[in-house]
Design a protein around this ligand. Structure first.
Ligand SMILES: Nc1ncnc2c1ncn2[C@@H]1O[C@H](COP(=O)(O)OP(=O)(O)OP(=O)(O)O)[C@@H](O)[C@H]1O
Ligand SMILES: [Mg+2]
Length: 218
């Protein structure tokens, strides 16, 4: 994967219902209160292919062939990087992305696809400056999920996905954040890691103060 030159690119990963969106949104609020220019974005993206994925892949009962799934996500990602992420980074913005290439590696990898191949079809995707794994055991997130599918199936799949994510933590590609803590604690840990990465140590206090008020308001 290539690397961008400007701005700061952060992605948030984790198994289903681990708290990614909760944390991404809190992070965006805290950073904005700290005076940063931040773009919040998600995968699948809001582009044509992203919308197609929601309809054709995510909202149907039977899973499409995994190769098709992997290719569609990779195409959407290329478009997302070109149309949303790169332009924002070139303007010096912070991009907070809710799921990214590591989701493809984990989910389609858990479904049996070769990780090297998934990496190859995603090789044009920018490498984030910081990739966080909101880590919660599958048993815990199952309790948080509103709509349950077959419990065994879900649990088994979530375990595989988490194992792949943890492998990427060991490789140093993802930074693990304990997602079993309260929303506020997790948000504080995420903010600390992000501020450290964007090298604004002098502003940590002001932004952390903003974070407290943001978090408590949620
Ligand atoms: N630290 C936490 N402790 C307890 N509950 C939490 C925590 N973080 C999030 N939740 C709750 O868990 C549920 C899932 O959270 P959220 O939607 O942020 O997860 P997600 O990872 O974005 O899920 P998805 O994979 O479906 O996009 C929500 O009901 C949320 O309020
Ligand atoms: Mg979400």
């Amino acid at each position: 994967m290539a690397r961008g030159k400007h701005g700061v690119f952060v992605c948030i990963e984790g198994i289903d219902a681990s708290g990614k969106t909760t944390q991404a949104r809190l992070l965006v609020k805290s950073l904005r209160r700290g005076g940063f220019d931040v773009v919040y974005t998600t995968e699948p993206s809001r582009g044509e292919v992203g919308r197609f994925i929601r309809r054709y892949v995510l909202q149907r009962k039977k899973r499409v062939p995994i190769v098709v799934e992997a290719l569609l996500f990779a195409v959407d990602r290329d478009e997302h990087v070109e149309n949303v992420i790169k332009p924002a980074l070139e303007k010096g913005k912070i991009v907070v992305c809710d799921r990214y290439v590591y989701s493809s590696l984990a989910y389609q990898g858990a479904a049996g696809l070769d990780q090297t191949w998934i990496g190859q079809i995603n090789r044009l995707a920018l490498t984030p400056d910081l990739s966080l794994l909101i880590d919660v055991p599958p048993e815990v997130v199952l309790k948080r999920m509103k709509r349950k599918r077959s419990v065994m199936e879900t649990l088994r799949n979530q375990r595989r996905v988490r194992d792949i994510y943890m492998g990427m933590v060991k490789q140093g590609r993802l930074v693990r954040v304990d997602g079993t803590q309260t929303v506020e604690q997790v948000a504080s840990n995420v903010l600390t890691l992000v501020l450290r990465k964007i090298e604004v140590r002098t502003e940590v206090k002001g932004c952390a103060d903003a974070s407290e008020s943001t978090v408590s308001a949620v």
